[in-house]
Write a protein of this length. Structure first.
Length: 242
């Protein structure tokens, strides 16, 4: 991986502690703030404070482990089984970090509900996380969904035009019927339990939800519970879309 393809550290420039922890692959920024508030992060032996800035050369201990900048860029694709929680907290049963048991520190990019399955990306690079999750970029995520009764043309039309949930109306999206109770949907936003809430609003219950694509990265024939390295070509295409 070329060094200029992802953001790198400047040893002489201050950086927010939560960004340092995220970019170093220790955890997400949100998780970093939670750990700092819980008193589990120190800088040069002193308790850290939410919002503080540090130099990358300072000594940072997070949850009992020293954190240093990561030279290797890691990006993997996992076919997450149903029942696995997309959290870095090791206190949560069936958390994704213990499940994948990767030899280096990584964390998931975004979330995939515990009751859902399919493609999720994990990385050690906070910069790419922020770019992929940035809502204004309208990045595509594709899902195959099975519901509890027959899908109508009215259901497809309403799902594609936007559904009122969570005090907003969902963005227009591509929805296509694939079977009597199966449809494909391509979202460009990531509201909490969005597809399930959209279906519930229209009187349907999701029986099975599987994510099959994130931007240009496809699940393909990756077996459930297995992961693979995202290829250099896929990474080049991914970064070229930002």
């Amino acid at each position: 991986m070329k060094k200029d393809m992802v953001e790198s550290f400047d040893e002489n420039k201050e950086i927010r502690l939560n960004k340092f922890l995220s970019d170093a692959g220790a955890c997400s920024r949100r998780e970093a703030d939670r750990l700092i508030e819980a008193g589990k992060v120190t800088v040069d032996g002193k308790p850290a404070v939410v919002g503080m800035k540090i130099l990358p050369s300072q000594t940072v201990i997070c949850d009992g482990r020293p954190v240093t900048r990561e030279e290797e860029f890691i990006l993997i694709a996992l076919n997450k089984p149903k029942g696995i929680e997309c959290t870095t907290s090791r206190d949560v049963p069936e958390n994704i970090i213990d499940f994948i048991n990767y030899p280096k520190r990584i964390y998931p990019i975004g979330r995939l509900d515990k009751g859902s399955e399919g493609l999720i990306l994990l990385t050690n690079n906070g910069a790419i996380v922020n770019k992929i999750l940035k809502a204004v970029n309208h990045h595509e995520k594709e899902y195959i969904v099975i519901v509890d009764h027959e899908i109508t043309e009215d259901f497809i039309r309403k799902m594609s035009q936007g559904v009122p949930i969570l005090d907003t109306v969902t963005r227009k999206c591509e929805v296509r019927k694939m079977g009597e109770q199966i449809f494909k949907i391509v979202l460009t936003q990531g509201l909490n339990r969005q597809i399930r809430r959209m279906c519930e609003y229209l009187g349907y219950k999701v029986v099975r939800l599987k994510r099959v694509r994130i931007m240009n990265i496809e699940l393909g024939d990756l077996k459930k519970g297995c992961y693979r390295d995202v290829t250099p070509k896929e990474i080049e295409q991914l970064l070229g879309s930002f």
